[in-house]
Design a protein around this ligand. Structure first.
Ligand code: DAH
Length: 369
């Protein structure tokens, strides 16, 4: 029998000696501690735990030990590798936190710094709202009609069947130009454009008239002496109230979204018969806040509906005053407040914001040009 072949069946391997392992671990720990960032740590990990690292090479030698020495060397290597790996994890965690903090610091933006970017300005939200509403009608084939803001009393009142004794004519509501006898008023509504359109245009007439109107109200959260309305008028053969309802529902859907309809409540206006108030379903709660104390709705005050304007079938007397035969033609008309629409569509609670011209208010609507 030959002597043991020492190169294949060694009794001990230098690299697995406690001192050599201890040194390898010591070097690894020192390198880990010295790594200044995650990139450096990656190199340290490769150098000290990778395939060619001292610890891996030593580990491979375990198989060459005599069986009796294997367990002890295995334990020693296991502990060594564990302590290096744990140190790597810890350092990696610390360096990641450091990196995050550094990124946060470097990417900090001082929002209070002055900017040299100029604001191009944009149109007032009331203007864009009027356009948006008008557009719904333009797409249905309506035309835009206009009239003067300083309007003949006759167009503003008489032609609309508002007699001389009607309360709306008193000084309380109406701004007279020069004197009450001048016959000229600042129009209190866009409805005088109805008569102007009927006199100026051939039949059938389909018009919308957005515009500014005036009333002697004090400026407060819910009133303003200058505001805007949009008027609609359709006069044709065979027009019924069903057409009016369908048209208003379409406008409501286009302004507030799918499923938002209108409801008509009986009312009185001298220039329509029958007449109705238009309510629009609250687009926020969709009526679900009614009687539901647990989730009140601020937009509609838990009413479920919001008052939007007035409407009705054009009074035959108005048609007659325009020289139109009410036995052949009929029509519907409506008018609603643009400020109101903006208020509940955008949650504006104070009318003064809409007239004071503070760009901090208008800027919130973006710069639609
Ligand atoms: N002009 C009315 C107002 O200012 C609103 C109105 C009601 C307009 C009925 C209409 C209508 O066209 O048919 O209160």
């Amino acid at each position: 029998m030959s002597a043991p072949n020492r190169s294949y069946d060694p009794v001990g391997v230098a690299a697995l000696e406690p001192q050599a392992v201890g040194e390898a671990v010591g070097q690894a720990l020192a390198a880990i501690e010295a790594a200044r960032d995650l990139t450096e740590l990656k190199d340290v990990r490769r150098d000290h735990t990778g395939d060619k690292s001292a610890l891996s090479l030593a580990n491979r030698e375990i198989g060459a030990l005599p069986p009796a020495a294997k367990a002890e060397a295995g334990k020693r290597m296991g502990e060594a590798r564990r302590s290096v790996n744990e140190a790597l994890e810890r350092r990696e965690g610390d360096l990641a936190v450091e990196r995050d903090l550094r990124v946060l610091r470097e990417e900090t933006i001082d929002v209070s710094m002055p900017t040299d970017r100029g604001h191009t300005g944009g149109r007032h939200p009331l203007t864009t709202m009027m356009e948006r509403m008008s557009e719904v009608f333009l797409l249905m084939g309506y035309e835009i009609a206009e009239g003067p803001e300083a309007e003949a009393e006759w167009f503003n009142f008489d032609a609309l069947n508002i007699g001389p004794d009607h309360p709306a004519r008193t000084m309380q509501d109406t701004f007279f130009v020069d004197s009450a006898e001048s016959g000229v008023v600042l129009r209190t509504q866009t409805s005088p454009i109805q008569m102007r359109a009927l006199l100026e245009r051939p039949l059938p007439v389909y018009v919308v008239a957005p515009g500014r109107v005036y009333r002697t109200d004090e400026l407060d959260a819910t009133h303003t002496p200058v505001f805007h309305q949009i008027e609609g008028l359709a006069v044709d053969e065979g027009i019924t109230m069903a057409h009016l309802k369908g048209t208003l529902d379409h406008l409501a859907t286009m302004m507030f979204g799918e499923g938002i309809s209108t409801r008509l409540r009986p009312s009185y206006f001298p220039f329509t018969e029958p007449s109705a108030e238009i309510d629009v379903l609250c687009f926020l709660c969709r009526g679900e806040s009614v009687g539901n104390l647990g989730s009140p709705c601020r937009t509609c005050g838990s009413e479920g509906w919001i008052e939007w304007g007035g409407c009705g079938m054009v009074n035959p007397r108005v048609l007659e005053a325009a020289g139109i035969d009410p036995d052949v033609y009929s029509g519907f008309a409506f008018g609603m407040g643009v400020e109101r629409t903006l208020m509940f569509r955008h949650g504006v609670t104070d009318m003064r914001d809409m007239v004071e011209g503070d760009v901090r208010f208008t800027r919130a609507f973006g710069i639609e040009v």
